[in-house]
Design a protein around this ligand. Structure first.
Ligand SMILES: C[S@@+](CC[C@H](N)C(=O)[O-])C[C@H]1O[C@@H](n2cnc3c(N)ncnc32)[C@H](O)[C@@H]1O
Length: 262
């Protein structure tokens, strides 16, 4: 197992000024009435209405770190502020990290034909961007599983946008359902990010065992978990993101080592 703790140049990090400001602003953020956050901008409302889904994540992933006053000065400022909270930065950093790990896995496998399984895929941006990079060099098939029909529709559109529509097979199913019904399929890479955060320990171990069986002998499993942080109340109570189970590196490592991955 690999735990990536590298702070790379392209990750979003806070400077001294933002860190100091956060010391005073985070307690205020955590106590903000929900309606103030929802009413602050259209994007905030979209995130609130679509919490736990790829639609909410897309709003955060697509932020370009620039102030945008097209919808007014106040909306521009508030959007910039919550889009640059540690939680939003962490989600965009996670996306970069997943892309990096998928890329690393594809090149380290050193095979001509690779099959990738993306569980709880959402619109699958991280995997598609990297697969598109290799599409003329390798033969790659990507399976995307999500129980939400709209996620599969959006993933199909996204695959076409990356020019790899023909390589993608979207499956509307639960993760357990898919793994149970497709025991004959074996994958080189399994990516499951943004899902473990909702799964209790016993279920997570069961899931890891199913994934272990779905991987080829030299296969790579990429996963992650949101860890507890000072913006916890803002995320769960103000934005309204429900049922998050926070785990740090040690918790996740213990969980994985309780499964067949050891
Ligand atoms: C927070 S999103 C993560 C999307 C994507 N993996 C990412 O990190 O950008 C969680 C996704 O899990 C899907 N989901 C939730 N429960 C599921 C289940 N039991 N089986 C398959 N997908 C599920 C949701 O529909 C949603 O698209």
């Amino acid at each position: 197992m690999l735990i990536d703790t590298a702070i790379e140049q392209d990750y979003e990090v806070n400077g001294f000024v933002r860190n100091t400001a956060n010391f005073f602003l985070t307690p205020i953020l955590n106590r903000l009435p929900k309606r103030v956050f929802i009413g602050s901008s259209r994007k905030a409302k979209t995130v609130h209405e679509h919490v736990t889904t790829h639609t909410a994540l897309e709003v955060i992933y697509s932020f370009n770190n620039e102030l945008n006053f097209q919808k007014g000065v106040l909306e521009g400022l508030t959007t910039y502020f919550w889009q640059t909270t540690n939680s939003a930065k962490a989600l965009r950093n996670r996306l970069k990290l997943v892309k990096k790990e998928v890329d690393k896995a594809i090149s380290s496998l050193n095979k001509k034909k690779i099959t990738v399984l993306n569980l709880a895929c959402g619109s699958n941006v991280a995997v598609f961007e990297i697969v598109a990079k290799y599409k003329n060099i390798l033969s790659i098939d990507v399976f995307g599983v999500d129980r939400n029909e709209q996620a599969i529709i959006d993933a199909e559109k996204s695959a076409s946008g990356f020019g790899i529509g023909n390589l993608f097979k979207g499956c509307r199913n639960t993760i357990s359902g898919f793994l149970n019904e497709n025991k004959h399929l074996k994958f080189d890479i399994v990516e499951m990010v943004g899902f473990l955060d909702y799964v209790e320990d016993a279920k997570a171990i069961e899931l890891f065992n199913q994934i272990h069986s779905a991987l080829k002998e030299d296969g790579v499993f990429i996963t992650g978990n949101v860890s507890d942080n000072p913006e916890r109340r803002f995320i769960t109570e103000v934005v309204g993101w429900p049922r998050l189970i926070f785990r740090d590196e040690k918790d996740l490592a213990n969980l994985i080592s309780s499964s067949k991955f050891r």
